[in-house]
Design a binder for this molecule. Structure first.
Ligand code: SF4
Length: 613
């Protein structure tokens, strides 16, 4: 076995046992790795209706076939489960170093089952697995946890862990590796309910590949190209912060909880401003781009605040979305979210929801524990972040996510809840780039900007305001993302410079599987993954009615958004029909039997017959 280790570590926390099993070669060929392979295992092993925050849910950590090799920006890790936030399949991709060292230890992935009786962590020392008590680190934040575990097992120990938010089951709690987050869909709460505080690994490389000479040649070419690539250099210099001002100008940047598209003073959140407090770069294993921007506040009320960020999404979520242009407060808020272990996107979106309720007088300071939720009030934003992460007071309700919070509050609060299938919408205004609207509506994990990207609309090659004619492009974008998440390559094209052909060459050189040399074979893997994720949701009762967007996007013309002003998503039904046609689904969004046979999923036909009424 090359590229892959071919081994999976299965850990049962209920009986504190673990064992190693082989991954069948055909599964790798059919699902590639990462997100795809994890979805395949989850689908087969989870019964429909399992409680996400119960012992029967499973949590999968899965690497891809290029991870831990000499190729650049391919050592990320997929984490997959059933989401406590949405009830759908959950996936999030995390960077850092843990995944590469998991492979060096001999594992392509881990499946965590059951639930420990008391706080626990798992230590992997090469191929030896120890299930240990975590009483002393339970309650610590993610920084303290990683520091403590490195003191115990060695400075080079790699860690994934949760913070207090995961322990307290905040429904959008994260899992951290170094300062990198598996941010979306609440995977940290799944770890928390299992009383699993962390997994640590000590191991040494390297990992062998099928054709070392060819692989070395490809890796050399990739590095040569990256060295001079202007896009790579821009990412190294600014991370994703360079996107803010340009997107705001395009009307893509939601402001005041998606009520408008322009914020006075936004230039204070530009990349050059963030660059002034940059300390150094950081990054994931085997990536020369090192897009992480370590920043430290040097003056004012947040002096000393330090974070590896904020990235573009967080600048939006805790900044522009809340009318907050205090740059230093964003560094502090980003750091606080990471330490507590909560998703900055869902947190900012939930606070934006609360601010709009405050604006509309649906809630008052009596509901918000006295916090003044006027737009652009950084001090109280930070206090609310802390309350959410610790599930205290008003934070307890917001920690349930905007969908559940709105249902609880009533009085029309649901019109201010910006989510799809329960997952809060990220930093892109769907009315200003309608391909993203269709991606958010149809994503099997809820509104997620990493479930395909409408690249041609961003580049101006396709009309981003067009009301129809997007289904095929978006189906293609989602399939491409599924492949990226399974390889697993960094989704910043600037960091890999992969063409489909180059990626295929890398995959064949790593694994020796000639099938991967054909980009159309990989494309079909992408389709298979999306289809299986959809089937997972269908089994859980999701259908076309859930492939939608908040009413605001469908009925209220966008205000104050430059060239996007007045835009609204007029024809979501048409877009859905186009998208279902492109995938070969019925008009109810159900994969047809013919389609399932065509893409090698005939074994799920019985589920369709059982669950589709
Ligand atoms: S570009 Fe950034 S996110 Fe991507 S692999 Fe490199 S360091 Fe990680």
């Amino acid at each position: 076995m090359r590229g892959y280790t071919g081994k999976l570590l299965r850990i049962n926390l209920s009986n504190r046992e673990s064992h190693i099993e082989d991954i069948p070669e055909q599964l790798m060929k059919n699902f590639l790795g990462g997100r795809g392979l994890a979805a395949r295992y989850l689908y087969s092993e989870l019964n429909a209706g399992v409680e996400p925050l119960g012992p029967d849910n499973k949590l999968l950590f899965m690497m891809g076939p290029l991870g831990a090799t000499a190729a650049m920006a391919v050592s990320r890790m997929a984490i997959v489960s059933k989401s406590p936030l949405t009830g759908c399949i959950a996936k999030s991709i995390v960077g850092g170093n843990f995944g590469a060292f998991l492979k060096f230890a001999g594992f392509d992935g881990i499946i965590v089952e059951g639930k420990a009786e008391k706080p626990t962590y798992v230590h992997i020392d090469m191929d030896k697995v120890h299930i240990l008590d975590a009483d002393e680190i339970w309650g610590l934040d993610t920084e303290e946890t990683q520091t403590r575990l490195r003191q115990r097992h060695g400075a080079s120990t790699k860690v994934v862990c949760i913070g207090p938010a995961g322990e307290k089951l905040v429904r959008y709690a994260t899992i951290l590796s170094d300062r990198r987050c598996a941010g979306r869909t609440g995977l940290g709460a799944v770890m928390g309910v299992k009383k699993l505080k962390a997994i640590t690994v000590n191991s040494v490389g390297p990992l062998s590949v099928h054709d070392p000479q060819q692989f070395k040649r490809l890796a050399k070419e990739q590095v040569k190209d990256l060295k001079v690539s202007p896009r790579r250099i821009q990412m190294t210099n600014f991370g994703t912060s360079y996107m803010t001002l340009g997107f705001e100008k395009m009307g893509l940047f939601p402001v005041h909880n998606f009520q408008e598209g322009h914020l006075e003073g936004i230039e204070r959140l530009g990349e050059e401003e963030f660059a002034k407090i940059k300390v150094k770069n950081s990054g994931c294993y085997g990536c020369m781009t090192r897009c992480g921007q370590e920043r430290q506040v040097t003056e004012g009320p947040y002096v000393g605040a330090f974070s590896e960020g904020p990235d573009f999404e967080t600048i939006w979520a805790l900044g522009g979305n809340l009318g907050n242009i205090d740059l230093a407060s964003l560094v502090a808020a980003d750091s606080l979210c990471d330490r507590l272990g909560i998703d900055t996107i869902s947190t900012g979106n939930a606070i934006g929801f609360a601010c709009e309720l405050f604006q509309r007088r649906i809630i008052t300071t009596r509901d918000s524990d006295g916090l003044d939720l006027t737009w652009g009030n950084p001090g109280d934003i930070l206090k609310l972040v802390e309350k959410i992460g610790r599930r205290e007071g008003f934070g307890e309700l917001l920690g349930e996510g905007t969908k559940r919070a709105a249902e609880h509050i009533g009085k029309g609060a649901e019109t201010c809840a910006m989510h799809v299938k329960g997952l809060e919408i990220p930093a892109y205004e769907p009315r200003a780039i309608k391909g993203y609207g269709l991606i958010f509506a149809t994503s099997n994990i809820g509104a997620n900007h990493m479930y395909g990207r409408p690249r041609e609309e961003f580049a101006g090659k396709k009309d981003r305001f067009a009301d129809e004619g997007k289904g095929e492009d978006i189906a293609r974008a989602q399939k491409a993302q599924a492949v990226e998440d399974s390889v697993i390559q960094c989704s910043f094209g600037a960091a890999t410079r992969f063409t489909p052909e180059l990626r295929s060459e890398f995959l064949v050189a790593a694994t020796g599987f000639d099938e991967f040399g054909d980009p159309t074979y990989l494309d079909q893997i992408g389709e298979r993954i999306i289809c299986l994720e959809r089937l997972f949701n269908i089994r859980e009762g999701f259908s076309r009615k859930d492939d939608t967007l908040p009413a605001r996007m469908l009925t209220e013309p966008l205000k104050n958004a430059g060239p996007a002003t007045g835009q609204v998503i007029r024809k979501l039904d048409t877009l859905l029909d186009e998208y279902y046609d492109a995938f070969g689904y019925t008009r109810q969004g159900i994969p047809s039997i013919e389609k399932l046979s065509q893409i090698g999923l005939e074994w799920v036909v019985q589920d369709i017959e059982r669950f589709v009424k």
